[in-house]
Design a binder for this molecule. Sequence first.
Ligand SMILES: [Zn+2]
Length: 147
Amino acid sequence: MKHAFWVCLQFLIVLLPNAAQAGDAIIIGATPLQQRFLTCVAQISADDLRDTPNPNERLTIVILEHHKFLETRDAFHAHKTKLAFSSLQARRIYLSARMLGDFDTLLRCITHELGHFATQSVYEDHAERAADRIRLRTRQACVSPIQ
Ligand SMILES: [Zn+2]
């Protein structure tokens, strides 16, 4: 038993540097297809996010069941939003699982949130201008997670 434990531990230590590639977004609560899509979008926007505060902190995208999303949203006092919101300081984006069934909504929301990061602005029109560029490149480069 003790031996097995050590094998696992060493295995983990060996794997960790590869698993946690610098720069890749951390994605929580996604299916493998959603994860692939969100990783792709995050990679596409990486250049836009490079000159923002805390560039070495990895971007985290958290997908929550809709009722959990609403609770978290209220805790952040982001009452206006219905499906997505971001904490610029924490470099974290929260998405409601409810939006993940519709590609147009998903594309619109995730790129909009990344637009807030790229501009470091809380204003919607600023975010949208950056989001447009990211959206275009995402359509060209990323595979939809919706089959
Ligand atoms: Zn917004």
